[in-house]
Design a protein around this ligand. Sequence first.
Ligand SMILES: [Zn+2]
Length: 79
Amino acid sequence: MRARYWFLEWTLPADPRVGLRYVGKCLLCAEFCVDTVSADEAQVWCLKRAGATGHTRYGLSAFQYFTAALTDPAAGGAP
Ligand SMILES: [Zn+2]
């Protein structure tokens, strides 16, 4: 039995339906907010958390969703 192998080329385009998402996280207790489209909203969560807990160290992270796709879907079939 003979096998034939080839490489496929993939790309990671950003999901156009979802832009950047932001998450505020307390660096002292690791609590974090639900991700949001607004950096300001995530920072407001940090401020409210500071007021409620007295915790003073926070981080703001941004992330984006991608969808992996073959650059040439026809190349995915048998040669
Ligand atoms: Zn905390």
